[in-house]
Design a protein around this ligand. Sequence first.
Ligand SMILES: C[S@@+](CC[C@H](N)C(=O)[O-])C[C@H]1O[C@@H](n2cnc3c(N)ncnc32)[C@H](O)[C@@H]1O
Length: 222
Amino acid sequence: MNEKNGFTTPIRDSRIEAVLSRLHAVADVQEAEMAARPPDLKNRNWGPNFLKDKMIPIHREQGAFLYLLARSIRAETIVEFGTSHGLSTIYLAAAIRDNGTEGQIIGTEFVAEKMAQAQRNLEETGLARFVRIREGDARQTLRDLPEGIDMCLMDGFPPYSLEVFRLIAPRLRKGAIVVVDGTGTLREAQADFLAYLRDPGNGFRYTELPIGDGTGLAVKDA
Ligand SMILES: C[S@@+](CC[C@H](N)C(=O)[O-])C[C@H]1O[C@@H](n2cnc3c(N)ncnc32)[C@H](O)[C@@H]1O
């Protein structure tokens, strides 16, 4: 299940895989529609109404990558900028559950309908207890984060990434992992944020991997 072009999922749970499989299939159709009529990414208002009707989730391979990363560092506290319908959240919550700890994911979403859909999807997987989604603009809702965050996924709208990351970065523990979606098509839109991660003065080691639409990976050095 949840397979496309030979992709193998590391999630060995038929209930979760069934939900992921269904959601990815819907997202595939939406992605094909967007490929046929690409949204204008330049000079546009990146407010809550932009792509409101689209899930725009991470790709399956990125989900597998996130799951395995969160397992390998035994992540307990994960912050996610940009929850949408919660596909990435499901992969991360599955990892927290399978780590066998009482971990939590703090999600963020400024479209109420998307947040409600994410909540339903999480309930369907049985993983909702590991997730608290904060409704509103992450530039406000992530102002009071706990110390010692193990991992974060940066997958909100790119013009806000640096401002949001400045709220998260001081709360990341040493060795924490940062994953960035969309270092391909969204490269220009988040150039300031990517430059921040690359700058050694900011305390991160950074590289990019050809997974999904380009995936940034950073580790907090100090
Ligand atoms: C690319 S989608 C996230 C996909 C999700 N991570 C997944 O894999 O299913 C980006 C989401 O971030 C939300 N978003 C963008 N900027 C935001 C902000 N400043 N505060 C809260 N949510 C934001 C958008 O509404 C959108 O649903």
